[in-house]
Design a protein around this ligand. Structure first.
Ligand code: PBG
Ligand code: ZN
Length: 331
């Protein structure tokens, strides 16, 4: 107890603070979301996501190299097709945009995780097949199975289903095994909440539902026990990595999942989180150090993997030699 015990002793300098720091941001554990868009022919800024762009196939090659040079190892790939229909056929066509983008990213040396959903590919913008005014779970699973094997054939390193259909992990696992991809892992968007924080993403992916919302399949933000059930079921169905999404308003869920389950836990810091933080930095309200505080809080809560649009900027900040980083802090 005070005056013998003085916790300030180990806060005296940046070297000292680093020595006792409990949580590290490890660049290997960051994943950068990447948008490849068939309707554009040069890098195109995403509305409400400053400094984030969509790429066409040509410019993607250069961007992939830039990512590697900056120290990003992992990407989560999203595709935006030029043709959308009610069955989302461009999600699994062999010559579709994501299928073409995968080898480009892999050739640059990146680990490629492919998001598996239908909302970017359907003309109605929902995450599955519509029957009687709602997304029909089991018909949708058949399409998800096709998308999974198509992405694996194109070389995807890991499949990440985000549609929140019941049974999606089991049906994708079976499809991958049948197609000869027993060793392709699944990163399950297990506890994905129906959140207002996805707005900027839907600009980029042009995937705002034409009618209704996603509340009949994504989780109600009020529920945490249900999140544990979602994760538990995904693990039973064969998920290799589990996920909580979004991050900032849901760190209690992250904490609980990390102490409850024995699987790598990914956390997705979504587009709306990026928007809020990025805009405040640009307005001068926050120092860019807030990005470190943000990432640290997600890892401290128990994330093993952090999917974030700040991945590139985090690499830039943390990749600098120690003495340059010291300049960011006063002492
Ligand atoms: C597709 C998908 C979405 C996000 C990831 N995959 C959008 C949605 O569910 O509406 C959101 C990512 C973000 O906001 O950064 N199902
Ligand atoms: Zn979707």
């Amino acid at each position: 107890m005070y005056p013998d015990m003085r916790l300030r002793r180990t806060r005296s300098s940046e070297h000292m603070r680093k020595l006792v720091r409990e949580t590290q941001i490890i660049l290997d554990k960051l994943v950068m979301p990447v948008f490849v868009d068939e309707t554009i022919d040069s890098p195109t800024p995403i509305k409400s996501m400053p400094d984030v762009f969509s790429y066409d196939l040509n410019s993607l090659k250069h961007y992939a190299q830039t990512l590697v040079n900056k120290g990003v190892h992992n990407v989560l790939l999203f595709g935006i097709p030029s043709k959308k229909d009610d069955e989302g056929t461009q999600a699994y066509a062999e010559d579709a945009i994501v299928q073409k983008a995968i080898p480009i990213l892999k050739n640059a040396g990146l680990l490629v995780i492919t998001d598996l959903c239908m909302c970017e590919y359907t003309d109605h913008g929902h995450c599955g097949i519509i029957r009687d005014g709602d997304v029909d779970n089991d018909t949708t699973l058949e399409i998800y199975a096709k998308i999974a094997s198509s992405q694996a054939r194109a070389g995807s390193d890991m499949i990440a289903p985000s549609g929140m259909m019941d049974g999606q992990i089991l049906s994708i696992r079976k499809a991958l095994d049948r197609a000869g991809f027993k060793n392709t892992p699944i990163m399950a968007y297990s506890a994905k909440y129906a959140s207002n924080l996805y707005g900027p993403f839907r600009d980029a992916a042009k995937s705002t539902p034409a009618y209704g919302n996603r509340r009949s399949y994504q989780m109600d933000s009020a529920n945490s026990r249900e999140a544990m059930r979602e994760i538990d079921l995904d693990i039973q169905e064969g998920a290799d990595i589990i996920m909580v999404k979004p991050s900032l308003f849901y760190l209690d869920i992250v904490k609980e999942a990390s102490t409850t389950f024995n699987k790598p836990l990914a956390v997705y810091g979504v587009s709306g989180e990026y928007n809020m933080i990025k805009n405040a930095i640009m307005e001068g309200v926050f120092d860019q150090d807030i990005i470190l505080e943000y990432a640290t809080s997600v890892f401290r809560a128990g994330a093993d993997i952090f999917i974030t649009y700040f991945a590139v900027q985090l690499c830039e900040i943390l990749g600098k030699p120690l003495n340059e980083n010291l300049k960011l802090t006063s002492r």
